[in-house]
Each structure stands twice: as C-alpha cells, then as structure tokens.
Write a protein that binds this ligand. Structure first.
Ligand code: FAD
Length: 380
C-alpha cells in the first residue's frame, strides 16, 4: 500500500523537502509506492531576502517571484490551498475547500509572520521591510525622507536576525553616496542588554556603529507608538522621538498551528533540536521558522534542516529508524554596505565569527540570491 508524506507550507522549507524527497526516492515516487503531497497557500513563491533590496531601491519585486509550480519537480503532488486544520489523531489535514488529506508522515513548514498589530500604533506610524507590501511602502518613504531621525525598533522573535543590521548598513552607505548622511540621524535599538542576540555579532557591531555614526540603545522594548506625536514608549519607561520609524515587529507562527493546538500560545511548534520531530508525535517533523528552537530563523537553517528531515523520512519510509541528527548548522551572509558583506557560519557547538566585510562576499550574496531557485529544487 502507498505511503503518503504530506508537507504543509510551500515556502523555502516545504518546497525543498518535497523536491529533495522525490529526488531521493525517484522509483518509489514513480511507481506510486510513495506519494509526496505539498499543501501551500501561495501560488507565487517569493524570495523574502529580496525585500531588503526592494526597500532600498536596489531591485524590483519581479526578480524575486516565481510561480510555485515552476519550482516543483515531477512527482510532487501540489495542493494550492491553505490548510485549515491538522488532526494528528486521524492523521489528516483539512484544506480550505473542505477536502481532507490523510498522511503517514507529516512535515510542518508553515513559517512565521510579523505581527504588525503586536505594538499598538505601529501599523499606523511605522514602516517595515518584512513583507513585499511593506518593503514597497518603505521604499517610497525612504525616497522622500531627506532630513531627520530614522529610528529602528526590533521585536523578538523575528526571522533573519541580521536583516535589520543589513538594512542600516546599506542605508547608511546609500546616504553617504548621495551626500545626505549629515541630514539624517540613524538610531538602532535592541530589546536585550546587548546589541544582538548572537554575542559575536553584537561585539562586531559594537565596533562598527561608532565608525558609521549610528547611535544605539539596548533594553529597548517598544510597548506603544504614538503616530501623531511621532514618539515610541517602551516597557522600560523610556520614550524616544522619530521622524521615520522602521520596525521589525515580533513574529508569530502560522494560524493553522494555533488552530490545531500543535504549538504554544504564539504558534511555535515544540520540536526536538536533534531529530526535528514534533515533540509527542512520532510521524511528524517541523522545520524552519515554524519551530520553537532557539535558533536564528533563517532560510539557511531551513535548508540544512530539510536535508536532515528528508534523509530520515527515507529511512522511515523503508521501515528503518531515523538516525540523522541536525547539528544546528546555519550560514548567513551579512551585507555591511552597498558593495561589501561578511558572513557567519555556526552550529550548536561553534559560535559565529564575523570577519571583515569584503566585496567578494557581497558578490557571493548576490549570486546566492539568483541561485536560491536551484536550491529550492534540491540541487545543492
Ligand atoms: C527581509 C528578510 C530578509 C531575509 N534574509 C535572509 C537571509 O539573508 N538569509 C537567510 O537565510 N534567511 C533570510 N530570511 C529568512 C528566510 O526568508 C526565512 O527564514 C525562510 O523563508 C524560512 O523558511 P520556512 O519554510 O520556514 O518559511 P517560509 O519560507 O516563510 O514559508 C512558509 C510557508 O507556509 C505557508 N503557510 C502558512 N500557513 C499555511 C497554511 N495554513 N496552509 C498552507 N500554507 C501555509 C506560507 O504561505 C508560506 O508560503 C529573510 C527574511 C526576510 C523577511
């Protein structure tokens, strides 16, 4: 009898798992012994790291979008619908049309989303670059911003923990090149006692911020925004004014995870850090931003996790034990200006070590932006 693997979420992680799995067991998929079903709410696949370049006027949205069906290898059964309910007891997923899809193994790759309403007043008074629409709105605001203070506020958790830094460094560089830097003050804030969740990154920017004349404040958790007075108020009792407010709102997990009671209050899925199994469910994996793992929520995290999950699924489909463990590997490029970048690579046992930014690393990042579509197809 056929065994069915159902993957919910067709972003980076879900698409990679589906493609890698049909690549790993082509005969089983061709013969119908294994069915690989991908359920996704979006028919257009959007490369989210592109939002940074769009906001800063460095790229157009079209380059970062492809039809999801163009990304899928033959053998992946595509269900272009939102999952509305997951029932682990019945081993089934219900989709928006009311259809129920049963599974033998389930992979949850439902990602995370910024909660624009988490900070009252932010939606009215702030800008962001964490969705396509927001990045276009910020692009317009930046183009007409010619003097005053840009205040950057950050809520946690959020995906791509280095993207706010990239935004500031690229914008600082752009202002210098256009001769506007003296008219614009840049202020960075962070919710904990240091400048970044990763200590080595915090140490690195601690040196860089004074060199770039970027002011900063720590222990800065914005509670409300007054969009009329252009002031933010923090949980710590501070207030700060702004002329242009850019923020990364705290993120939450997908609604279907909360509705199916598979996650915590914010929808993060309890996940084993080594096996990537959803805690309490032997036939369910979670990857990417959707997990509750205290790791950087990044595409590269998702990428390495997808390799582990697919290898283990192959074992399990053959009746063997899943033996491959995730070591926490993550790799991130960090733009440090418009034409230089650094990179960090780390895992559960090795901290990141940012090195001096170079033009070469910047070109690697741009090259990866193009190669992403190949990685989705499981080519590397
Ligand atoms: C501005 C920005 C810059 C970034 N830069 C980088 C970077 O430089 N490097 C890096 O590694 N990462 C970066 N990231 C992070 C990276 O994009 C994410 O970490 C990555 O996409 C996570 O993959 P995922 O599969 O977990 O989630 P996603 O790719 O977000 O996919 C989740 C999918 O699940 C779908 N979904 C949700 N609910 C349902 C449902 N009920 N039914 C069906 N489908 C559903 C969503 O529609 C979505 O398609 C950046 C992100 C942003 C926003």
């Amino acid at each position: 009898m056929a065994q069915r693997v159902v993957i919910v979420g067709s972003g980076s992680g879900g698409t990679m798992v589906a493609n890698r799995l049909v690549r790993a067991i082509p005969e089983d998929v061709r013969s119908g012994k294994v069915e690989v079903v991908l359920i996704g709410a979006e028919s257009t696949h959007v490369y989210q790291p592109g939002f940074l370049y769009i906001a800063l006027g460095q790229a157009q949205p079209e380059g970062f979008k492809r039809p999801e069906t163009d990304m899928l290898l033959p053998g992946v059964q595509w269900v272009p619908e939102a999952a509305t309910k997951i029932d682990p007891t019945k081993k089934s997923v219900q989709v928006a049309s009311g259809r129920t899809i049963e599974y033998d193994f389930l992979v949850l790759a439902t990602g995370s989303v910024p909660d624009l309403d988490a900070i009252p007043g932010f939606r009215e008074g702030g800008h962001s670059f964490y969705t396509l629409e927001e990045s276009l709105r910020l692009r317009d605001a930046l183009q007409s911003f010619d003097h005053g203070k840009l205040l950057l506020i950050i809520g946690v958790p959020h995906k791509c923990p280095v993207a706010p830094l990239e935004f500031l460094f690229m914008y600082d560089d752009w202002l210098r090149r256009t001769g506007k830097r003296d008219q614009i003050e840049l202020e960075y804030t962070y919710p904990i006692s240091r400048l970044h969740s990763l200590q080595p990154v915090s140490d690195w920017i601690d040196q860089l911020f004074p060199e770039r004349n970027i002011k900063f404040q720590t222990f800065f958790n914005v509670e409300t925004v007054d969009p009329v007075k252009k002031v933010v108020y923090t949980l710590e009792g501070e207030e700060d004014n702004y002329d242009l407010l850019v923020g990364i709102p705290p993120h939450v997990g997908a609604q279907v995870i909360r509705d199916s009671k598979l996650g915590d209050r914010d929808g993060w899925i309890p996940t084993d850090r080594l096996t990537l199994k959803v805690k309490g469910y032997d036939n369910m994996y979670a990857i990417g931003d959707a997990t509750d793992l205290p790791l950087s929520k990044a595409g590269s995290t998702t990428h390495y996790e997808s390799e582990v999950v697919v290898k283990n699924l192959v074992h399990e489909l053959q009746g063997e034990k899943p033996v491959v463990l995730y070591d926490g590997k993550i790799y991130c490029f960090i733009e440090a200006g418009l034409d230089q970048a650094t990179h960090i690579s780390f895992d559960y046992n090795h901290p990141p070590e940012p090195s001096n930014p170079t033009a070469t690393v910047h070109w690697f990042k741009l090259a990866f932006n193009e190669m992403y579509w190949l990685s989705l197809r499981g080519l590397f």
